[in-house]
Design a protein around this ligand. Structure first.
Ligand SMILES: Nc1ncnc2c1ncn2[C@@H]1O[C@H](COP(=O)(O)OP(=O)(O)OP(=O)(O)O)[C@@H](O)[C@H]1O
Length: 239
C-alpha cells in the first residue's frame, strides 16, 4: 500500500510553497527529499502529516484519502514523523518517551513497555533507558526521537533533518541505522537532510524540489549531474 502524493499544492498567503508536487513512496524503500533552503521540503512533510492544509491535490495511503484528516488521524493511519528540532519530553526518561508514543497509538501497558525495550535494544540505547531524555547527548536524543516515532508502528516514517547538528561520526552511525529500518520494520522512509554525503549514500532515489516544484527525481548519479539541480544549488550558500 504506497503513500501517494498527487499534484499537491500548498500556499501561504499567496506564496506557492508547493506547486503540483507528486511523489510515490513504497514500503521497503528509502526516498530522499532534497532541495535548497525554502524549496518546500518541510512543507511537503507537513502536508502529508496534516499539519498544513492543501490548496490542491491529494494524499493517499493506498485507496485511503489522508488529505482533510487531522494530524492525529493521519498518525493513526500509519504515518509517523520527526521534526527538524529535538522534541522529546525532556523530563521523562528515555523509556517513558518511547512507551508514551506506543500507548498513544493504542498499545496496552505491557505491550508498550516490551516494544520500548526492544526498540531501545535495536538502537543501542538500552543502557540509557532510565536516564532523563534531556541528559542525553545530542546524537542519542535524535536516535531516541526516531525510536519514539517507530513505537507507533508506522507504515511510513518521515524524518525531517535527522542528521542536523551531527558530526561526521554521528552522521555515519545514523546512516547505518536508517539503512536498516525499511527491512527491519517493514516501512517506507522519506528523509530530508542537508548532509548531501549522507543523502547520496543512504537514498537509492532522490526527489529534488526547488521553489516548491519538482526539479527531477533519480538516483544519486543522475541527480548530481542534472544541470537544473546544479543551478538550483549554486544559487544558495550551502547544499
Ligand atoms: N507556516 C508558514 N507560513 C508562511 N510561510 C511558510 C510557512 N512554512 C513555510 N513557509 C514558506 O514556504 C516556503 C517553503 O518552506 P519550507 O520550510 O517547506 O522549505 P524547506 O525546503 O524545508 O527549507 P529548509 O531547508 O530551510 O528547512 C518558504 O518560502 C517558507 O518561508
Amino acid at each position: 500500500m504506497p503513500l501517494l502524493v498527487e499534484a499537491v499544492s500548498v500556499e501561504f498567503s499567496g506564496l506557492k510553497a508547493l506547486d503540483t508536487v507528486s511523489l510515490a513512496l513504497h514500503s521497503g524503500e528509502i526516498v530522499g527529499l532534497i532541495g535548497p533552503n525554502g524549496s518546500g521540503k518541510s512543507t511537503l512533510v507537513n502536508a502529508i502529516t496534516g499539519q498544513v492544509r492543501l490548496a490542491g491535490g491529494h494524499i493517499r495511503l493506498g485507496d485511503k484519502h489522508l488529505s482533510g484528516l487531522s494530524p492525529r488521524q493521519i498518525a493513526l493511519a500509519g504515518i509517523s514523523r520527526t521534526f527538524q528540532t529535538v522534541r522529546l519530553f525532556a523530563q521523562m526518561t528515555v523509556l517513558e518517551n518511547i512507551e508514551t508514543a506506543a500507548l498513544a497509538q493504542g498499545a496496552g501497558l505491557a505491550e508498550a513497555r516490551s516494544l520500548a525495550h526492544s526498540l531501545l535494544a535495536d538502537f543501542a540505547l538500552a543502557d540509557k533507558a532510565e536516564e532523563l531524555a534531556n541528559t542525553l547527548n545530542y546524537g542519542d536524543q535524535r536516535r531516541v526521537e526516531i525510536a519514539r516515532a517507530l513505537a507507533a508502528r508506522p507504515k511510513f516514517l518521515l524524518l525531517d533533518e535527522p542528521a542536523a547538528g551531527m558530526n561526521d561520526a554521528e552522521s555515519e552511525t545514523l546512516r547505518q541505522l536508517l539503512a536498516e529500518l525499511p527491512a527491519q520494520y517493514q516501512l517506507g522512509l522519506l528523509i530530508i537532510d542537508h548532509d548531501m554525503g549522507l543523502m547520496m549514500r543512504l537514498c537509492p532515489r532522490l526527489h529534488v524540489l526547488a521553489f516548491g516544484r519538482t526539479l527531477t527525481e533519480g538516483n544519486a548519479e543522475q541527480v548530481r549531474h542534472h544541470p537544473a539541480v546544479i543551478e538550483a544549488y549554486l544559487g544558495q550558500d550551502h547544499a
